[in-house]
Design a protein around this ligand. Structure first.
Ligand code: T3D
Length: 261
């Protein structure tokens, strides 16, 4: 697939997807939803990719659904159908990808753009970034997984407040609320993201992926179910080359060289 709305780069085990419609703060139109989903699928299929970075070009991460497209669509396409065929695939792809995804949040993440940021596993925000559930400003409810993801990150009261006020939550407050992992000076975001990506891409990818699966499925399980599921996944991790390498490295007092398998 040729990409027109995103930039896509794979270097040394790191796939970087840059949302690239900066004149609209990287608002999602249909091609951008499809291309981002496709690039994530490719990252899943390519064993050489061991970490994914999603970021935005220009001063925004993403302003969510492109509202010009939304208006042009009129009532010919139902919003529910549009969500099913677009954002749901994208969000599911992110959550199901058994490789760590870093959201490098370089500016405002609004509406569905906030949903995409929340579906990343680690969020590193520039100090001038912000998060905004813009939906209620246009008479909509949060979508793109926000109702599921956000209360789990920040609790119901803060999530509901963000939804009904549609106020911007600046990076510093997002950090305090547990919405992001780190806040860094804007100028250093690329460099600090690259260092994180390097570290994750050199890690035990299979174990990282199984951890993601255990934690995301664990939300819907009882403790007993979660313990059983952990044991099952640990059986898989325990047969990996990385498990053997990690133990050997410890005993030989050296750094582990993980292959991701
Ligand atoms: O269809 C479905 O499946 C339903 C799904 C819905 C999911 C959603 O995401 S709903 C929410 C959609 N997003 C919004 O409502 C946010 C709209 N944007 C804004 O409120 C503001 O742009 C921001 C608060 C995000 C940023 O404000 P500011 O002042 O920093 O920038 P700006 O000047 O408003 O925007 C810069 C340009 O980008 C501007 O274009 P111009 O005037 O320079 O030609 C603006 O029109 C454009 N832009 C920003 N966001 C969007 C957009 N164009 C189209 N769609 C956008 N979402």
């Amino acid at each position: 697939m040729t990409y027109e709305t995103i930039l896509h780069d794979v270097t040394d085990g790191v796939a970087t997807i840059t949302l690239n419609r900066p004149s609209k703060l990287n608002a999602f139109n249909d091609p951008m939803i499809a291309e981002t989903t496709d690039a994530l699928k490719a990252a899943g299929r390519d064993a050489a990719v061991r970490c994914v970075v999603i970021t935005g070009a220009g001063r925004g991460f993403s302003s969510g659904q492109d509202l010009s497209d939304f208006q042009e669509r009129g009532e010919n396409v139902s919003i529910g159908e549009h969500l099913h065929h677009g954002y749901h695939r994208l969000i599911r792809q992110m959550v199901a990808l058994e490789k760590p995804i870093i959201g490098a949040i370089n500016g405002i993440a609004a509406g569905a753009g906030c949903g995409v940021a929340l579906a990343a596993d680690i969020r590193i925000a520039a100090d001038n970034a912000s998060f905004m559930l813009a939906f209620s400003r246009i008479g909509l409810i949060p979508d793109s997984g926000v109702n599921w993801l956000l209360p789990r990150l920040v609790g119901y009261a803060r999530a509901y407040e963000m939804a009904i006020t549609a106020d911007r939550v600046p990076a510093a407050q997002a950090l305090e609320w547990g919405l992001v992992n780190r806040v860094v000076p804007a100028a250093q975001l690329p460099e600090i993201t690259a260092a994180w990506a390097r570290r994750l891409a050199d890690g035990p990818t299979l174990a990282y992926g199984l951890t993601k699966r255990a934690m995301s499925r664990g939300w819907d399980m009882s403790l007993n179910e979660a313990l059983e599921y952990e044991a099952y996944l640990q059986e898989v991790a325990g047969r990996s080359a990385d498990n053997r390498e990690g133990i050997a490295a410890f005993l030989e007092k050296r750094e582990a060289r993980f292959s991701g398998r």
